[in-house]
Unconditional design. Structure first.
Length: 381
Protein backbone atom coordinates (compact mmCIF):
# COMPACT_ATOMS: atom_id res chain seq x y z
CA UNK A 1 0.00 0.00 0.00
CA UNK A 2 1.43 3.44 -0.86
CA UNK A 3 0.98 6.28 1.60
CA UNK A 4 -0.59 8.49 -1.06
CA UNK A 5 -3.77 6.42 -1.14
CA UNK A 6 -6.74 8.69 -0.69
CA UNK A 7 -8.75 6.34 1.47
CA UNK A 8 -8.07 3.96 4.26
CA UNK A 9 -8.06 0.32 3.20
CA UNK A 10 -10.58 -2.41 3.98
CA UNK A 11 -9.58 -5.85 5.28
CA UNK A 12 -11.92 -8.73 4.47
CA UNK A 13 -11.72 -11.43 7.14
CA UNK A 14 -12.97 -14.97 6.49
CA UNK A 15 -14.23 -15.96 9.92
CA UNK A 16 -16.34 -14.67 12.74
CA UNK A 17 -14.67 -15.58 16.03
CA UNK A 18 -12.54 -13.90 18.65
CA UNK A 19 -9.41 -13.70 16.47
CA UNK A 20 -11.31 -11.78 13.80
CA UNK A 21 -12.88 -9.63 16.50
CA UNK A 22 -9.54 -8.63 18.05
CA UNK A 23 -7.95 -8.08 14.62
CA UNK A 24 -10.90 -5.84 13.75
CA UNK A 25 -10.55 -3.86 16.98
CA UNK A 26 -6.86 -3.21 16.29
CA UNK A 27 -7.48 -2.32 12.63
CA UNK A 28 -10.38 0.01 13.41
CA UNK A 29 -8.19 1.92 15.85
CA UNK A 30 -5.86 2.72 12.91
CA UNK A 31 -8.73 3.85 10.66
CA UNK A 32 -8.79 0.60 8.68
CA UNK A 33 -12.20 -0.78 7.72
CA UNK A 34 -13.33 -4.35 8.31
CA UNK A 35 -15.69 -6.72 6.54
CA UNK A 36 -16.20 -10.29 7.72
CA UNK A 37 -17.68 -13.34 6.03
CA UNK A 38 -18.78 -16.37 8.02
CA UNK A 39 -21.21 -19.24 7.45
CA UNK A 40 -23.35 -18.40 10.48
CA UNK A 41 -24.11 -15.23 12.42
CA UNK A 42 -21.52 -14.34 15.05
CA UNK A 43 -21.87 -12.05 18.04
CA UNK A 44 -18.07 -11.69 18.09
CA UNK A 45 -17.78 -9.68 14.86
CA UNK A 46 -21.31 -8.37 14.32
CA UNK A 47 -20.65 -5.01 16.04
CA UNK A 48 -17.39 -4.28 14.23
CA UNK A 49 -18.09 -3.69 10.59
CA UNK A 50 -20.00 -5.24 7.77
CA UNK A 51 -20.59 -8.81 8.97
CA UNK A 52 -21.71 -10.85 5.97
CA UNK A 53 -23.28 -14.25 6.64
CA UNK A 54 -23.23 -16.67 3.73
CA UNK A 55 -21.90 -19.89 2.28
CA UNK A 56 -18.24 -19.03 1.83
CA UNK A 57 -17.63 -22.00 -0.43
CA UNK A 58 -20.04 -20.43 -2.94
CA UNK A 59 -18.04 -18.43 -5.50
CA UNK A 60 -20.85 -15.94 -6.05
CA UNK A 61 -21.00 -15.20 -2.31
CA UNK A 62 -17.22 -14.81 -2.18
CA UNK A 63 -17.19 -12.60 -5.30
CA UNK A 64 -19.69 -10.21 -3.70
CA UNK A 65 -17.77 -10.27 -0.42
CA UNK A 66 -14.32 -9.38 -1.78
CA UNK A 67 -15.72 -6.43 -3.69
CA UNK A 68 -14.41 -3.32 -1.94
CA UNK A 69 -11.75 -5.21 0.04
CA UNK A 70 -8.05 -4.34 -0.32
CA UNK A 71 -6.83 -7.62 1.15
CA UNK A 72 -8.45 -10.86 2.29
CA UNK A 73 -7.28 -12.76 5.34
CA UNK A 74 -8.46 -15.76 7.32
CA UNK A 75 -9.19 -16.20 10.95
CA UNK A 76 -8.44 -19.89 10.91
CA UNK A 77 -6.47 -22.33 8.77
CA UNK A 78 -9.81 -23.95 7.82
CA UNK A 79 -11.32 -20.89 6.14
CA UNK A 80 -11.50 -21.19 2.32
CA UNK A 81 -8.70 -18.87 1.22
CA UNK A 82 -8.56 -20.89 -2.02
CA UNK A 83 -12.07 -19.73 -2.96
CA UNK A 84 -11.11 -16.10 -2.35
CA UNK A 85 -7.96 -16.55 -4.47
CA UNK A 86 -9.94 -18.13 -7.28
CA UNK A 87 -12.58 -15.43 -7.54
CA UNK A 88 -10.12 -12.59 -6.99
CA UNK A 89 -7.85 -13.97 -9.70
CA UNK A 90 -4.91 -11.86 -8.57
CA UNK A 91 -6.84 -8.60 -8.19
CA UNK A 92 -6.79 -8.65 -4.39
CA UNK A 93 -4.08 -10.30 -2.29
CA UNK A 94 -5.10 -13.18 -0.03
CA UNK A 95 -2.82 -13.56 3.01
CA UNK A 96 -1.87 -16.05 4.20
CA UNK A 97 -1.90 -17.76 0.79
CA UNK A 98 -3.94 -20.93 0.36
CA UNK A 99 -0.71 -22.84 -0.34
CA UNK A 100 0.52 -21.91 3.15
CA UNK A 101 -2.78 -23.00 4.69
CA UNK A 102 -2.72 -26.27 2.77
CA UNK A 103 0.64 -27.18 4.32
CA UNK A 104 -0.37 -26.14 7.82
CA UNK A 105 -3.87 -27.68 7.85
CA UNK A 106 -2.50 -31.19 7.67
CA UNK A 107 -0.41 -32.16 10.70
CA UNK A 108 1.69 -34.63 8.69
CA UNK A 109 2.49 -32.21 5.86
CA UNK A 110 3.14 -29.48 8.40
CA UNK A 111 5.68 -31.58 10.32
CA UNK A 112 7.39 -32.57 7.05
CA UNK A 113 7.75 -28.90 6.06
CA UNK A 114 9.20 -27.97 9.45
CA UNK A 115 11.64 -30.83 9.41
CA UNK A 116 12.69 -30.13 5.81
CA UNK A 117 13.46 -26.54 6.86
CA UNK A 118 15.99 -27.97 9.31
CA UNK A 119 14.04 -27.01 12.42
CA UNK A 120 14.15 -29.54 15.27
CA UNK A 121 10.90 -31.51 15.77
CA UNK A 122 10.13 -34.57 17.88
CA UNK A 123 10.00 -38.04 16.30
CA UNK A 124 6.79 -38.61 14.34
CA UNK A 125 5.36 -41.12 11.90
CA UNK A 126 2.42 -40.74 9.54
CA UNK A 127 0.63 -44.09 9.99
CA UNK A 128 -1.84 -45.29 7.37
CA UNK A 129 -2.86 -48.49 9.18
CA UNK A 130 -3.46 -49.59 12.76
CA UNK A 131 -0.52 -51.98 12.43
CA UNK A 132 1.79 -49.11 11.53
CA UNK A 133 0.51 -47.08 14.47
CA UNK A 134 1.11 -50.03 16.80
CA UNK A 135 4.64 -50.39 15.46
CA UNK A 136 5.16 -46.65 15.98
CA UNK A 137 4.02 -46.94 19.60
CA UNK A 138 6.71 -49.58 20.14
CA UNK A 139 9.38 -47.52 18.34
CA UNK A 140 8.47 -44.55 20.56
CA UNK A 141 9.01 -46.60 23.72
CA UNK A 142 5.36 -47.22 24.56
CA UNK A 143 4.32 -43.59 25.05
CA UNK A 144 2.99 -41.51 22.17
CA UNK A 145 0.50 -38.82 21.22
CA UNK A 146 -1.92 -39.81 18.45
CA UNK A 147 -3.20 -36.88 16.38
CA UNK A 148 -5.85 -36.48 13.75
CA UNK A 149 -4.26 -35.29 10.51
CA UNK A 150 -6.82 -32.58 9.91
CA UNK A 151 -9.53 -30.68 11.70
CA UNK A 152 -8.21 -30.66 15.25
CA UNK A 153 -7.81 -27.64 17.51
CA UNK A 154 -7.62 -26.85 21.21
CA UNK A 155 -6.78 -30.47 22.03
CA UNK A 156 -9.86 -31.88 20.29
CA UNK A 157 -8.20 -34.42 18.03
CA UNK A 158 -5.27 -35.59 20.18
CA UNK A 159 -4.88 -38.54 22.54
CA UNK A 160 -2.01 -39.63 24.75
CA UNK A 161 -1.45 -43.34 24.20
CA UNK A 162 0.41 -45.69 26.55
CA UNK A 163 -1.12 -49.07 25.65
CA UNK A 164 -2.54 -50.98 22.70
CA UNK A 165 -6.03 -50.54 24.10
CA UNK A 166 -5.50 -46.74 24.28
CA UNK A 167 -4.34 -46.93 20.70
CA UNK A 168 -7.43 -48.88 19.61
CA UNK A 169 -9.62 -46.20 21.13
CA UNK A 170 -7.54 -43.39 19.60
CA UNK A 171 -7.59 -45.07 16.20
CA UNK A 172 -11.40 -45.36 16.28
CA UNK A 173 -11.80 -41.74 17.26
CA UNK A 174 -9.05 -40.02 15.31
CA UNK A 175 -8.06 -42.01 12.22
CA UNK A 176 -9.26 -40.85 8.80
CA UNK A 177 -8.94 -42.76 5.50
CA UNK A 178 -5.24 -41.92 5.44
CA UNK A 179 -4.74 -42.94 9.09
CA UNK A 180 -3.31 -40.71 11.79
CA UNK A 181 -0.13 -39.06 13.00
CA UNK A 182 1.85 -40.73 15.79
CA UNK A 183 4.31 -38.61 17.74
CA UNK A 184 6.78 -39.75 20.38
CA UNK A 185 5.64 -38.33 23.72
CA UNK A 186 7.95 -35.38 24.43
CA UNK A 187 9.00 -35.19 28.11
CA UNK A 188 9.02 -31.41 28.07
CA UNK A 189 9.83 -29.26 31.10
CA UNK A 190 7.91 -26.30 29.68
CA UNK A 191 5.86 -25.31 26.66
CA UNK A 192 6.87 -22.10 24.91
CA UNK A 193 5.38 -20.02 22.13
CA UNK A 194 6.52 -17.23 19.82
CA UNK A 195 4.55 -14.99 17.45
CA UNK A 196 6.03 -13.73 14.19
CA UNK A 197 4.57 -11.06 11.89
CA UNK A 198 5.83 -11.14 8.29
CA UNK A 199 5.23 -8.82 5.33
CA UNK A 200 4.97 -9.99 1.69
CA UNK A 201 8.68 -9.31 0.94
CA UNK A 202 9.73 -11.22 4.06
CA UNK A 203 10.38 -8.35 6.47
CA UNK A 204 9.49 -9.74 9.88
CA UNK A 205 9.24 -8.94 13.54
CA UNK A 206 9.38 -11.55 16.27
CA UNK A 207 7.71 -11.30 19.67
CA UNK A 208 9.22 -12.35 23.00
CA UNK A 209 9.15 -16.04 23.92
CA UNK A 210 6.33 -16.86 26.34
CA UNK A 211 5.58 -19.82 28.60
CA UNK A 212 2.28 -21.53 28.01
CA UNK A 213 0.38 -23.93 30.22
CA UNK A 214 -2.13 -26.35 28.77
CA UNK A 215 -4.97 -28.02 30.70
CA UNK A 216 -6.60 -30.97 28.91
CA UNK A 217 -4.37 -30.08 25.90
CA UNK A 218 -5.98 -26.62 25.90
CA UNK A 219 -4.25 -23.30 26.56
CA UNK A 220 -4.95 -22.11 30.11
CA UNK A 221 -2.22 -19.60 30.98
CA UNK A 222 0.48 -17.59 29.22
CA UNK A 223 3.40 -15.99 31.08
CA UNK A 224 5.52 -13.37 29.34
CA UNK A 225 8.43 -13.31 29.08
CA UNK A 226 9.37 -16.96 29.53
CA UNK A 227 11.71 -17.68 32.44
CA UNK A 228 14.26 -19.46 30.24
CA UNK A 229 17.92 -19.18 29.38
CA UNK A 230 18.84 -16.53 26.80
CA UNK A 231 20.17 -19.26 24.45
CA UNK A 232 16.82 -21.08 24.58
CA UNK A 233 14.95 -17.85 23.85
CA UNK A 234 17.28 -17.03 20.95
CA UNK A 235 16.85 -20.53 19.49
CA UNK A 236 13.04 -20.33 19.71
CA UNK A 237 12.92 -16.90 18.08
CA UNK A 238 15.26 -18.01 15.31
CA UNK A 239 13.27 -21.21 14.67
CA UNK A 240 10.01 -19.22 14.58
CA UNK A 241 11.42 -16.86 11.94
CA UNK A 242 12.75 -19.80 9.94
CA UNK A 243 9.35 -21.52 10.11
CA UNK A 244 7.54 -18.38 8.89
CA UNK A 245 9.81 -18.20 5.90
CA UNK A 246 9.66 -21.98 5.24
CA UNK A 247 5.86 -21.89 4.83
CA UNK A 248 5.89 -18.49 3.07
CA UNK A 249 3.71 -17.01 5.72
CA UNK A 250 2.38 -13.49 5.25
CA UNK A 251 0.51 -12.18 8.28
CA UNK A 252 0.98 -13.53 11.76
CA UNK A 253 2.25 -16.98 12.71
CA UNK A 254 1.97 -18.63 16.11
CA UNK A 255 4.74 -21.13 16.82
CA UNK A 256 4.49 -23.64 19.68
CA UNK A 257 7.57 -25.31 21.19
CA UNK A 258 8.51 -27.88 23.77
CA UNK A 259 11.50 -27.06 25.98
CA UNK A 260 13.51 -30.09 27.11
CA UNK A 261 15.44 -30.51 30.32
CA UNK A 262 18.75 -29.46 28.70
CA UNK A 263 17.25 -26.19 27.44
CA UNK A 264 16.97 -27.34 23.84
CA UNK A 265 13.68 -26.94 21.95
CA UNK A 266 11.47 -28.92 19.59
CA UNK A 267 8.87 -27.23 17.43
CA UNK A 268 5.38 -28.63 18.18
CA UNK A 269 3.09 -26.88 15.73
CA UNK A 270 2.30 -23.77 13.69
CA UNK A 271 -0.84 -21.64 13.52
CA UNK A 272 -1.01 -19.30 10.49
CA UNK A 273 -2.90 -16.55 12.30
CA UNK A 274 -3.05 -14.63 15.55
CA UNK A 275 -2.85 -17.15 18.37
CA UNK A 276 -4.15 -17.59 21.89
CA UNK A 277 -0.60 -17.42 23.23
CA UNK A 278 -0.25 -13.94 21.70
CA UNK A 279 -3.28 -12.29 23.29
CA UNK A 280 -1.06 -10.85 26.03
CA UNK A 281 0.51 -8.57 23.37
CA UNK A 282 -2.59 -6.30 23.40
CA UNK A 283 -1.68 -4.90 26.81
CA UNK A 284 1.97 -5.87 27.02
CA UNK A 285 3.60 -4.92 23.70
CA UNK A 286 3.91 -1.71 21.69
CA UNK A 287 2.05 -3.29 18.76
CA UNK A 288 -0.14 -6.29 19.42
CA UNK A 289 -0.19 -9.44 17.30
CA UNK A 290 -3.56 -8.26 15.93
CA UNK A 291 -2.26 -4.84 14.96
CA UNK A 292 0.78 -6.38 13.27
CA UNK A 293 -1.44 -8.90 11.51
CA UNK A 294 -3.35 -6.01 9.94
CA UNK A 295 -0.14 -4.12 9.15
CA UNK A 296 1.64 -7.10 7.61
CA UNK A 297 -1.16 -8.22 5.27
CA UNK A 298 -1.58 -4.61 4.08
CA UNK A 299 2.21 -4.44 3.57
CA UNK A 300 2.50 -1.53 5.99
CA UNK A 301 5.46 -0.89 8.34
CA UNK A 302 5.31 -3.27 11.30
CA UNK A 303 5.02 -1.95 14.84
CA UNK A 304 7.46 -2.84 17.59
CA UNK A 305 6.85 -6.26 19.14
CA UNK A 306 8.82 -5.34 22.27
CA UNK A 307 7.16 -5.48 25.66
CA UNK A 308 6.37 -2.16 27.29
CA UNK A 309 6.05 -3.75 30.71
CA UNK A 310 8.45 -6.15 32.47
CA UNK A 311 5.92 -8.99 32.67
CA UNK A 312 2.40 -10.07 31.74
CA UNK A 313 0.07 -12.98 32.44
CA UNK A 314 -2.95 -14.06 30.42
CA UNK A 315 -5.59 -16.50 31.64
CA UNK A 316 -8.33 -17.90 29.41
CA UNK A 317 -11.98 -17.74 30.42
CA UNK A 318 -13.75 -20.93 29.36
CA UNK A 319 -17.47 -21.63 29.28
CA UNK A 320 -18.82 -23.27 32.41
CA UNK A 321 -22.14 -24.55 31.11
CA UNK A 322 -24.21 -24.78 27.95
CA UNK A 323 -26.66 -22.00 27.20
CA UNK A 324 -26.91 -18.31 26.55
CA UNK A 325 -24.18 -16.12 27.99
CA UNK A 326 -24.85 -14.44 31.32
CA UNK A 327 -22.82 -11.83 33.13
CA UNK A 328 -22.42 -13.75 36.40
CA UNK A 329 -19.32 -12.56 38.22
CA UNK A 330 -18.69 -9.58 35.96
CA UNK A 331 -18.73 -7.08 38.84
CA UNK A 332 -16.31 -9.19 40.84
CA UNK A 333 -14.00 -9.64 37.84
CA UNK A 334 -13.94 -5.92 37.17
CA UNK A 335 -13.11 -5.21 40.79
CA UNK A 336 -9.64 -6.58 39.96
CA UNK A 337 -8.86 -3.09 38.76
CA UNK A 338 -5.56 -3.85 37.04
CA UNK A 339 -6.97 -6.71 34.99
CA UNK A 340 -7.78 -6.24 31.31
CA UNK A 341 -10.99 -8.19 30.73
CA UNK A 342 -11.79 -9.42 27.22
CA UNK A 343 -15.17 -11.02 26.51
CA UNK A 344 -15.63 -12.30 22.97
CA UNK A 345 -19.32 -11.56 22.52
CA UNK A 346 -20.32 -15.16 21.76
CA UNK A 347 -24.03 -15.62 22.33
CA UNK A 348 -23.84 -19.25 23.40
CA UNK A 349 -21.60 -20.74 26.05
CA UNK A 350 -20.48 -24.37 26.06
CA UNK A 351 -18.36 -26.09 28.69
CA UNK A 352 -14.66 -25.46 27.83
CA UNK A 353 -15.49 -23.10 24.92
CA UNK A 354 -13.14 -20.11 24.80
CA UNK A 355 -15.34 -17.19 25.90
CA UNK A 356 -12.80 -14.53 26.86
CA UNK A 357 -9.54 -13.90 28.66
CA UNK A 358 -7.85 -11.67 31.21
CA UNK A 359 -4.43 -10.06 30.91
CA UNK A 360 -2.53 -8.34 33.70
CA UNK A 361 0.76 -6.53 33.25
CA UNK A 362 3.29 -5.65 35.95
CA UNK A 363 6.62 -6.87 37.21
CA UNK A 364 6.28 -10.13 39.10
CA UNK A 365 4.93 -13.16 37.24
CA UNK A 366 3.83 -15.01 40.38
CA UNK A 367 1.83 -12.08 41.77
CA UNK A 368 0.33 -11.35 38.35
CA UNK A 369 -0.60 -14.98 37.88
CA UNK A 370 -2.59 -15.10 41.14
CA UNK A 371 -4.40 -11.86 40.33
CA UNK A 372 -5.19 -12.88 36.74
CA UNK A 373 -6.45 -16.32 37.85
CA UNK A 374 -8.74 -14.69 40.40
CA UNK A 375 -10.17 -12.21 37.90
CA UNK A 376 -10.69 -14.87 35.22
CA UNK A 377 -12.19 -17.28 37.72
CA UNK A 378 -14.73 -14.68 38.86
CA UNK A 379 -16.42 -14.52 35.45
CA UNK A 380 -18.87 -17.37 34.89
CA UNK A 381 -19.93 -17.03 31.28
N1 LIG B 1 4.28 -35.16 21.15
C1 LIG B 1 3.78 -34.63 22.28
N2 LIG B 1 4.33 -34.93 23.49
C2 LIG B 1 3.83 -34.45 24.65
N3 LIG B 1 2.76 -33.61 24.70
C3 LIG B 1 2.16 -33.27 23.54
C4 LIG B 1 2.65 -33.75 22.27
N4 LIG B 1 1.88 -33.23 21.30
C5 LIG B 1 0.96 -32.46 21.92
N5 LIG B 1 1.12 -32.47 23.27
C6 LIG B 1 0.30 -31.72 24.26
O1 LIG B 1 -0.98 -31.47 23.73
C7 LIG B 1 -1.18 -30.07 23.49
C8 LIG B 1 -2.01 -29.86 22.24
O2 LIG B 1 -1.37 -30.47 21.13
P1 LIG B 1 -1.22 -29.74 19.72
O3 LIG B 1 -0.52 -30.66 18.80
O4 LIG B 1 -0.62 -28.41 19.94
O5 LIG B 1 -2.74 -29.69 19.26
P2 LIG B 1 -3.80 -28.52 19.07
O6 LIG B 1 -3.93 -28.41 17.59
O7 LIG B 1 -5.03 -29.06 19.71
O8 LIG B 1 -3.25 -27.30 19.73
C9 LIG B 1 0.22 -29.50 23.43
O9 LIG B 1 0.22 -28.13 23.72
C10 LIG B 1 0.90 -30.36 24.49
O10 LIG B 1 0.56 -29.93 25.79
MG1 LIG C 1 -1.35 -26.49 19.80
Amino acid sequence: MSDSNARFPTIGILGGGQLGRMTALAAIRMGIHIKTLSPSPSGSVAPLGQAVVGDWTDEAVMEAFIDGCDVITVESEWAPAEVAEKVSNGRIPVWPASSTLLTIRHKGRQKDAIQEAGIPVGAYLACSSFQEARAALTVFGGKAVAKKFEGSYDGYGNATVTSVSDLEKAWDELASNEGLLMEAFVPFVRELAVMVARRPQGESVVYPVVETEQRDHRCHAVMAPARIRPETAAAAREAALQAASAVNLVGVLGVEFFELEDGSILLNELAPRPHNTGHYTIEACFSSQFENHARSILDLPLGSPEMRTPAAVMINILGHRAGSVRTDGLVEALSHTQAGLHVYGKEEARPKRKMGHVTITGSNLDTLRAEAEAAAHAVQL
